[in-house]
Structure formats: C-alpha cells, structure tokens
Design a protein. Sequence first.
Length: 325
Amino acid sequence: MWSGVLSAAPPESESGKCEPFDDDCLNRQASSMDDSSAGKSFFSFLDRPQGSLSYGLNEMATAMDEFFAEERVFYDKSGSYVRLTADMVFDEVEDTRYTGDIKVKIRMPRTEEKLKLTFESDPEEQRDDLDRTLEDSPSDAAREREYYGGIQATLGDEKKWRFKPSIGVKFDKPIDIFLRLRMDRNYKTGNWLFRPSQTFYTFKEKGFGSDTQFVLDYGITDDVLFRSSSFVRYTDENDYYEPSQVFSLLHSLSPRRGMAYQIGVYGITEPTWHTTDYLAQIRYRQNVHSDYLFIELLPRVLYQRENDFDAEHSLTLRLEMILEG
C-alpha cells in the first residue's frame, strides 16, 4: 500500500543497507521480519534503516495516520476511499453495545481527482468521540444512524493551503442539507511537523458549527511518533465551545501491527471553562488480511465529572475494512 508514497532510488549498497527511498530494497529487508509472510507492509517506510527521521517525518506521520485510519485520511486521500467500521463495546455498567460508521469517497472520472462523491454516516460525529451513540444490537446501530450523500471538491496546492468545499443532504426525514469547508496545511519546523486544520459547516436543521484542530508531531525514533492534538468545537446547537487535548505515542510494532498509547482531557465552556472528562486508553491494531481488513482492541478508562470522576472501564473490539483506489 505504501509503495506509491515514496519515489524510486539507487539499488542496495554494497554494505547491505538500503539507500533512502529505495522501496524495492526496503521491501526485501521487511520480508525477513516477523509478520512479513502475511502480505504488504503498512509500515515499510518505518522499517527502513537508520536515518529515516532526518528526511521522512511527513511520510512517517502520514503512514501512522493511514494505518490507524485517522479521520483526516478521509479528507486527504486524492483517490477513492472506503472505510467501514463496526464496534462492539463491553463495559462495567451495561450489557454489550454496538456502534459503527461508514465513510465513502469516490473520485469522479475526468476531473483530475478534484471532484468526489461522498457517502457517510453523521459527518458531525467522529469515530472516536466520547459521546458516541451506542445501540443494543448491530442492526439497531446501522438502522439508527443518519446517512448523508454529497460532493466534495479539492482546491489549492498540496504544499500550501488546501481547500475542500462540499455539499450534502441527509437521506431521511426531516431532510437536512449541509455545507462544509475544510482547510488544512502542513508546516515542518526543525524536527516538528505542525498540521493545522479548520472546518466550517452548517446544517439546515442544526445550524452553524466549527472544528479547529492543531496537530503537532515529533519522531522519537524510526518507529515511535509523539503526537499532540488540540481540538475545539463550537456549534449553534449547543452554543458553547468544547475543547480537548490528547497526547499520543504511536508505535509501529511490526509491518502489520501497531499500538497507540493515549491520554486526554475534555471540557466545555458552559457556564464557565471546566473539565468534563479524563481519558486513558491503549489501541492495539493489526492488519489481519491483505491490506484492507483490520482488527483493533481498545481498553479504556474514562473519568467523567457527571459520575464524580470515578473510573469507568470499557473494552472496545473493532473490526474495520478499508478499501482504496
């Protein structure tokens, strides 16, 4: 999957080490590692010899985003992209519950990948939100979701600001139309990669909303990435701000396995700025078949103000399919 990310380069040196950006050489080396017999390596970029951080922080961050299927991938992919997610959630209080989402983006022919058709579950709700709606059965989870279809354009230079305006409509009553504009850019400053993004959206029924995010990445080693993600949401529906701060360590364990260690704090500004939740979780993710089927385990401890910040433990089993073209 990653062979297209990096360009070709000179052959393997006499010392047995690969030259930078030599994918063929790197793939041969990766084949001798564990899990290599299972197929393509999602982390082949991270498996290269010493020195990758000196020139590959952007590629490393992109590789982590794509392996862990971060939300920004849906907007950043230039081609077609499909992500189907099914979650089974076990917790201490209630019976097993279910949720999921769908993200589909199909590039339109003869548009130089500038226009794409989209189909998605509620575009205002992200896969890893703390307040996701959980249902008693998988069929209920699929039936109770709201689904939107639309069209998205891509404008701007990849090395500068990119603009992605889109329009969509809800496939259910009452009919709801939304407009969305996403802007993002990457800045590399020293050993840090700064990736700001801003999304404005408006729904006919719900009104205006704004999502502001600042992601800061730092490569600790060739296979460990530190990430700070600051996020603020405002909606007319709530009429207050919802800030959050999440720190992550993203770790490539092998070409097909990865771990994310995360802690976060969440709050609101109503009636004044205050904390509502603390989060600690681990994500173990494995590519179990070819380059499109993944399984993920997410043990989580959540501390909520509404429950006097008592520890609430849960375990999420996630099955995810990702198709690209």
